[in-house]
Design a protein around this ligand. Structure first.
Ligand code: NAD
Ligand code: TYD
Length: 351
């Protein structure tokens, strides 16, 4: 088949990546979407069961840290664009094993940058290398203020430091080699298919099983929650219309203190499970804090709104309800990802 464009999406079997793959495959039948994923513990092809038979979708299992493999992939497919999401993504794991984050998030990104630079040399027009990053690169806020695109980087965990490093390298390849890059930094995503090591799915899963809900420290740490499908739509917009060399912040305009978020989830789950009001809140348990825990993240997404017209589509209440419903309706998915290795991780992390 002759395709209008061939786009490489890395990390497409993960949480956000699978929503981006689904959106691109369905919305652009004229694009060939190639999903490259190593299928780590966080990558799950079940997330893409509804698109795997589509003519314009291909899957390649592989590791972005393998330079030869990445080069051969760029030879096999003549990519017009890259949407780079593959990464180690969990802060707690980065505290236990920083090197894995350096390898996947920094070396992996450089391998992709080198391959794109060499493949597109002298033919950069119309090409695009889109790097997906995080608001955590900006560090931690106090009670006031927001992260804007020009906020100085101040990463404070091995995860955020590895993402900051990759962002700098992406910009360096733009300035040094004229690589047509664009970057977005988003806040905490939530929604279907998120691995239950992250706060929201972990809490939903524990409520379901009547297990303690671990709240780090005083529970007053604040995150800005972004509905993952809104994020995928922002990525589509930035990929197609974002200006080369620019950075866009993406946020949910939805700040919550962790304890308030967890209380809301308890109430939603009580209603959905037919439990008495207040029952799940009794599971809330304060536990030892995360080392170096960032106090508050909050995104100012005005640039994206003004330039490209994007804004969140659903209310936080609606999004949390939909998320709880999804996890309750997808028991097999949850059981599959929480068996074996996850149980060992959980016992060690929350011992
Ligand atoms: P995820 O952990 O759910 O998925 C990551 C995917 O990358 C998995 O499918 C995994 O198999 C794959 N991967 C990991 N290492 C790889 C390697 N070496 N080679 C090939 N594939 C590899 O992560 P996510 O939450 O979907 O995050 C996606 C991207 O968005 C990441 O770059 C992350 O830093 C960024 N981000 C995430 C959030 C969030 O709230 N989840 C917020 C801001 C930014
Ligand atoms: P997380 O989902 O790991 O995302 P991030 O660390 O990237 O923001 O955590 C979200 C917030 O919830 C963060 O402040 C840490 C806190 N948290 C808990 O209180 N308990 C938990 O068991 C987890 C996983 C996170």
């Amino acid at each position: 088949m002759n395709f209008e464009k061939t786009i490489l999406i890395t990390g497409g079997a993960g949480f956000i990546g699978s929503h981006v793959v689904r959106l691109f495959v369905n919305k652009y039948p004229g694009y060939h979407i190639v999903n490259l994923d190593k299928l780590t513990y966080a990558g799950n092809l079940e997330n893409l069961a509804d698109v795997e038979e589509k003519m314009n979708y291909s899957f390649e299992k592989g590791d972005i840290t393998n330079q030869d493999f990445i080069r051969s992939l760029f030879q096999k497919y003549q990519f017009d664009g890259v949407v780079h999401l593959a990464a180690e993504s969990h802060v707690d794991r980065s505290i236990t094993n920083p090197l894995e984050f350096i390898e996947a998030n920094i070396i992996g990104t450089v391998n992709l940058l080198n391959a794109a630079r060499d493949a597109w040399k002298g033919q950069e027009t119309g090409k695009r290398f889109y790097h997906i990053s995080t608001d955590e690169v900006y560090g931690s806020l106090g009670e006031e203020g927001f992260f804007v695109e020009t906020t100085a980087y101040d990463p404070r965990s091995p995860y955020s430091a590895s993402k900051a490093s990759s962002d700098h390298l992406v910009r360096a390849y733009h300035h040094t080699y004229n690589l047509p890059v664009v970057i977005s930094n988003c806040s905490n995503n939530y929604g279907p298919n998120q691995f239950p090591e992250k706060l929201i799915p972990l809490v939903i899963n524990n409520i379901k099983h009547n297990k303690p809900l671990p709240i780090y420290g005083d529970g007053k740490y604040t995150r800005d929650w972004l509905w993952v499908i809104d994020h995928a739509e922002a990525i589509d917009l930035i990929y197609h219309e974002g200006r080369v060399g620019e950075t866009y912040n993406i946020g949910g305009n939805n700040e919550r203190k962790n304890i308030e978020l967890v209380q809301t989830l308890c109430d939603i789950m009580d209603a959905q499970l037919g439990r008495p009001v207040g029952q799940s809140r009794t599971l809330i348990t304060y536990v030892k804090d995360r080392p170096g825990h960032d106090r508050r993240y909050a995104i100012d997404a005005t640039k994206l709104k003004n330039e490209l017209g994007w804004q969140p589509s659903i209310s936080p209440e609606e999004g949390l309800k939909l998320t709880a419903e999804w996890y309750l309706a997808n028991e097999t998915w949850l059981n599959n990802v929480t068996s074996g290795a996850y149980q060992k991780y959980y016992e060690k992390q929350y011992a």
